[in-house]
Design a protein around this ligand. Sequence first.
Ligand code: WTA
Length: 648
Amino acid sequence: MSNTYPASDEFVADAHIDAAKYEEMYSASITDPDGFWREHGKRIDWIKPFTKVKNATFDFGNVDIKWFEDGTLNVSANCIDRHIVTRGEQTAIIWEPDDPKAPARHITYRELLEQTSRMANVLKEHGIRKGDRVVLYLPMIPEAAYAMLACARIGAVHSIVFAGFSPDALANRINDCQAKAVITADTAPRGGRRTALKSNADKALFDCSDKVKCLVVKHTGDQTTWVDGRDIDLKAEMAAASPYCPYTEVGAEDPLFILYTSGSTGRPKGVVHTSGGYLVYAAMTQQYVFDYHDGDVFWCTADVGWVTGHSYIIYGPLANGAITLMFEGVPTYPDAGRFWEVCAKHKVNQFYTAPTAIRALMGQGTEWVEKHDLSSLKLLGSVGEPINPEAWNWYNENVGKGRCPIVDTFWQTETGGHMITALPGAIPAKPGSATKPFFGVVPEILDPATAEVQTGTAAEGVLCIKESWPGQMRTVWGDHERFMETYFSQYKGYYFTGDGCRRDEDGDYWITGRVDDVINVSGHRMGTAEVESALVAHEAVAEAAVVGYPHDIKGQGIYAYVTLMNNVEPTEELRKDLVKWVRQEIGPIASPDLIQWAPGLPKTRSGKIMRRILRKIAEDDFGALGDTSTLADPSVVDELIDNRMNRA
Ligand code: WTA
């Protein structure tokens, strides 16, 4: 038995959902999903109300997922217009800039309506119509929120590319979704430094159709190049545009956004989320999982470039009429107290971050936390990877002062919102466990080899989901086959998460990490294949194999085995050059932590690299390598062990 931490009686008394209500609602959501979601689908405003609720099949070859399919709505109207009468003057977004000395901004719902409308009108003027794709490559500034909501307002589909990605990565995404426009900014301040976003966009657009427009937010005023006829001064045009833009009616199943994410093979996939089900699910999880109450200040520290930012900075909170905080900076600038300074300054009530950030701050000592008044905090959240007990305890004791429930939320880009998580008033926290499924979620643990469903309470295997839920992704942009192949082919009849999982004797779920070639570095999801293909694109590299290994702060680090071309000398210089190369090809988040020169890689006789062996060596755990007899040349393994880079 592990320790559990129930919320205080006071918290429970005030919570939206207590234990009895969770049982009752969860059971209703499973026994009668149509009835349950018919009711909860009404939490958003529909233009034409839906009559159909769930229509989904996970049958491989036939996968088709629809929710509320005959309803129509507008997501931007749900996030803004419907709050105007009751809370037009309430803050919608608190914006905290990178520079702590610069003023924070409080953007009311009324102002959000005006700015979003102005931007929507500019987009329309440049020919963006319903269904067109617009790529956003922006810092964490209010314009990022306006841009998302402006696209939604006119029925355009946004695809945000994290501002840390390279020009190449940006170009690939613009081309894959055939975007008509890119919205970017001159430069992006982060941690006192500036990323030249516009110049990256210029490089990317070099590889794209010359019809793609570039709308530029002059944010810092830094100088950039300017291409007449292509580049548009967005703020100037917004100022001249009409302050109101009527919203466009879209179908529940019309796409709201595409977000590229890494899988185990090939290029990143465009995960498609649609309008109705996604919004219902994002809003409902934001309210219940964080026990959000009217007037609370909610802070999710993610970047809008990731799904967490989509669902829990923008769509979920704003659909609920919440006050959401958007932070431009980083946790360690100007010092390791910045998160807590911001919590104190804006009286944050719910704080949601990733274990990697907690571990990084933990290493800086508790004095940074103690300096600031954290008495406004009511609840803490964690997302992105399993949270280790040390980080959990530190978070609980130093930030939550032992009085804030902690919700460990397991979910994915593909799931749109939380899947397995404690509900703070109902389910006691258990450090390291995501605990119980959210309403409508039916997790099953399958044996990875036999695909047999594990029926005992205590079980271990791979995590699959048996029934559709409203926030689920609908397809891979432009490639429904790939969608089915990736998520529905391994375990027939189920959505496969790609994660390993254990269920304990209390029925609580523990995510044990990815079972495929996806790694999770500082909460950023990456396919090892992407890093490999960047490495082999370097002229000195003949072959590369990339695996994850345990890293104290990042969770996982990137370990690359590199075989050089015949005539190339392995030097320290080259090692640095390769790191720089990968940063350029993908972005800084993909920088290899360790590069081992590998004269040979362990391969089967048919030429398949045995990654299991490479993972073990990278983990510095090569005692039990298992059967290596199928290797074409078993001696390469000894060589790799002798020269391994990660030694305890
Ligand atoms: C991992 C982020 C354990 C998991 C929202 C998943 C987690 C991948 C947790 C998705 C958690 C996310 N506990 N593991 N609370 N949350 N993961 O798409 O491996 O960036 O498959 O979505 O992160 O990462 P993604």
